[in-house]
Ligand binder design. Sequence first.
Ligand SMILES: *Cc1c(COP(=O)(O)O)cnc(C)c1O
Length: 427
Amino acid sequence: MDFKNDHAFAQDLDKKDTLNHFRSRFHIPQHQQEPMLYFTGNSLGLQPKKTAEYVNQELNDWANLGVEGHFKPGTGWFGYHELLRDSSARLVGALPQEVVVMNHLTVNLHLLLVSFYRPDAKRFKIICEASAFPSDRYALQSQIKYHGFNPDEALIELHAKEGEETLRHEDIIAAINEHGDQLALVMLGGLNYYTGQVFDMKSITDGAHKVGAYAGFDLAHAAGNIKMQLHDWNVDFACWCSYKYLNAGPGGVSGVFIHQKHVENTSLPRFAGWWGNDPQLRFTMPHDFVPVKSADAWQLSNAPILNMAALRASMDLFDEAGMDSLTAKGFQLTSYLLYIVRDVMKQCGDDSLIKVLTPFEKQKQGCQLSLVVKNGRKIFDYLTSHGVVTDWREPDVIRVAPVPMYNSFEDIYKFGVILKDAIQSVK
Ligand SMILES: *Cc1c(COP(=O)(O)O)cnc(C)c1O
């Protein structure tokens, strides 16, 4: 599409946007009586207006029913996680029994590594990104040490080529082949949090399987942002959080995917707790653990209901909008953002002011652009003090995520105006 850096043009795109009405179903934080330009849905998504209603329902059930709330027809707490099963499966392209919502992201990563990282003297290495999210690196390092191995030898961190910002797919595959029969696991983010790069999860999984390794993905920045087919791609396991694109609020509960072929294998080692028991037996308190043949068998504790109620409010919106429409709009928004950023540089007469780190490809695009900005910190502070919420990463990266669920084309036009002012005022 031919874009224009023009207010009426942006408003017209909003009028034509079939998802435009979703914006009014969110609380948008205010700056000087105006809605903020909120571009950090990749860090903490905004609150759906329905969330309070869903959470209050559970508070009322607790007030009115006490312990009987566990068995209230429909939304009883005993099976509350079931209410998130189908929507979670749709979100990541899974079979219903392959997903469960539980705990928090790093906790789940550890629980999954218990099952999928079982090193021996021959096969003990893990491939990850050099720019992995710190929590993921700590989890992998500590698991390696826990098994008595040395992270300096066992953790293979993939760096971008000299002078490049993102990993090349062929280099990931080459590393998998190079470590071959010493490789236990490939563990990457589905979408790198820093650069916004989307990985080809299917062929990375194929590559890992060819050398006899497992493939797992942290989908913190992919869930609710890009379309996935985890089951068909044969991914072994994945986990994600719900407070970024999924708008479930701070500390929101995490989601887990474990492939069908593994959930059927009840002999696969795992840490056990009573909530992972076959639900028929759960309240009969059997002496031994009887894992249910689904991802639910990785659950340990009874479910955090208030947290899950908040997630339900948001997942209902995802089901209503659908990932096809959301990703189509996300691509348009991000394309417009890219156009505006380039146009602002042109108007300021300097094409080297901002470099875009994110590889921009239609098939794979998430809705985040990572921008390396000259005078980055000053520009970021200017944006912040003018009601533009973006995300700062040392030393000079500003991440901007126009989220299709609630951001508008007008938001992006206004961003361009303030960005230009910022550049001119810090010169
Ligand atoms: C946000 C994020 C986390 C955060 O982990 P929590 O356990 O939810 O605090 C971990 N890994 C990645 C890749 C993230 O983007």
